[in-house]
Ligand binder design. Structure first.
Ligand code: COA
Length: 331
């Protein structure tokens, strides 16, 4: 019989350095008021030069192991969601695996932009369900500052660097298990949100650098419209599929791309806004890290207890959009 998976630890890590809206005012033609009212972001954290996404992931996984009281040797698999791997290969999971000495773990990366963490969690959950693995670490880590053009006011105000992680393990108990996922893609979203440079189609050349192909390009308005619709749809539909309503939810943990996108999802879910975990003001959009970060902060703040119904919802580049419904397993 298939097993169930539960979350048994959650952690996050952010670099010390903060980049405020006021500081951005000195870098591009923008202002604190515009950024705050259009996005809800006040500041974001920036990782130092010479460090990559794996370094933030390492810190998050160390905290995870401490919280659960396990040795890295006990980890069976490390699945990393990121669009900013340290390098194309080895994958970021392998780099984290080596740095923490998790020599018994297999590891790989998943690239699904802002939906990456939920995609990776769904993959890890399958390994637990089949019984192949007993301790799977899911990491969302992105050094977005490495692909942001700090002369482009349309994008540079939005993103920050961070990592979050969860540990999943088997359980027989439905009242503490991950219930279901909804995963969706639409490759036609490529034009509105992408980074073309550095892959096999446009390998790095002086020309790709001159054309700024190694930075994120986003058509903000188009992506915004899709995000408002899809993040709400995917969240509401998964909840209703299992015959729950917003009243049954203890917490909604949304991807933090723009406060207005979260507010739209909250309205569609018909939940008290207090039930949504919102930390975009402090971190901006940290891509694959937003959901585990928000979950970790909510856990630290004592916002959920064992058995509570929790919903994740996200939308991102690709396009990709996803949700996850679960019963919280920790006290
Ligand atoms: N500071 C000041 N003005 C800015 C600005 C900035 N940082 N960035 C853009 N503007 C200007 C625009 O040039 C535009 O001026 P114009 O009317 O003279 O052309 C005006 O502000 C309005 O821009 P617009 O793009 O309509 O703003 P918006 O309300 O759509 O907000 C985003 C822009 C990027 C915040 C918003 O579109 C967004 O959040 N998009 C989705 C992001 C997302 O979800 N990504 C998901 C995956 S990562």
């Amino acid at each position: 019989m298939l097993k169930k998976a539960k979350i048994t630890a959650v952690s996050h890590w952010v670099p010390e350095k903060i980049l405020t809206n006021k500081e951005l005012e000195k870098m591009v033609d923008t202002n604190d008021e515009w950024i705050l009212t259009r996005t809800g972001i006040r500041e974001r954290h920036i990782l130092e030069d010479g460090k990559g996404s794996s370094d933030m992931g390492v810190e998050a996984v160390k905290l995870l192991c401490d919280q659960r009281g396990i040795d890295p040797l006990e980890i069976d698999a490390i699945i990393v969601a990121t669009v900013t791997p340290d390098m194309f290969f080895p994958n970021t999971g392998n780099l984290i695996q080596a740095k923490i000495g998790a020599v018994n773990a297999m590891s790989f990366d998943v690239m699904a932009a802002c939906s990456g963490f939920v995609y990776a969690l769904s993959i890890g959950t399958q390994y637990i369900r089949t019984g192949d693995y007993k301790k799977v670490v899911i990491v969302g880590t992105d050094k977005m500052s490495s692909i942001v053009d700090y002369t482009d006011r349309n994008t540079c105000i939005l993103f920050g660097d961070a990592a979050g992680a969860v540990l999943i393990e088997p359980t027989e108990d439905e009242s503490e298990a991950i219930i279901d996922f909804s995963l969706n893609s639409d490759g036609l979203g490529t034009e509105a949100l992408h980074m073309y440079g550095g892959g096999s189609l446009y390998p790095a050349t002086a020309d790709t650098v001159a054309k700024k192909l190694h930075y994120i390009y986003q058509d903000g308005k188009t992506v915004f419209k899709m995000a408002v619709q899809k993040m709400a749809d995917v969240s509401v539909n998964l909840l209703h599929k299992h015959n729950f309503t917003g009243d049954d939810l203890k917490l909604f943990v949304p991807h933090q791309a723009n406060l207005r996108i979260v507010e739209a999802a909250v309205r569609r879910l018909k939940i008290d806004p207090e039930k949504a975990v919102i930390n975009i003001g402090k971190y901006g959009n940290t891509t694959a890290a937003t959901i585990p970060m928000a979950l970790s902060e909510a856990y630290q703040d004592g916002r959920m207890k064992k058995g509570d119904l929790v919903l994740f919802g996200t939308f991102g580049g690709g396009y990709t959009w996803a949700s996850a419904l679960l019963r919280w397993a920790m006290n």
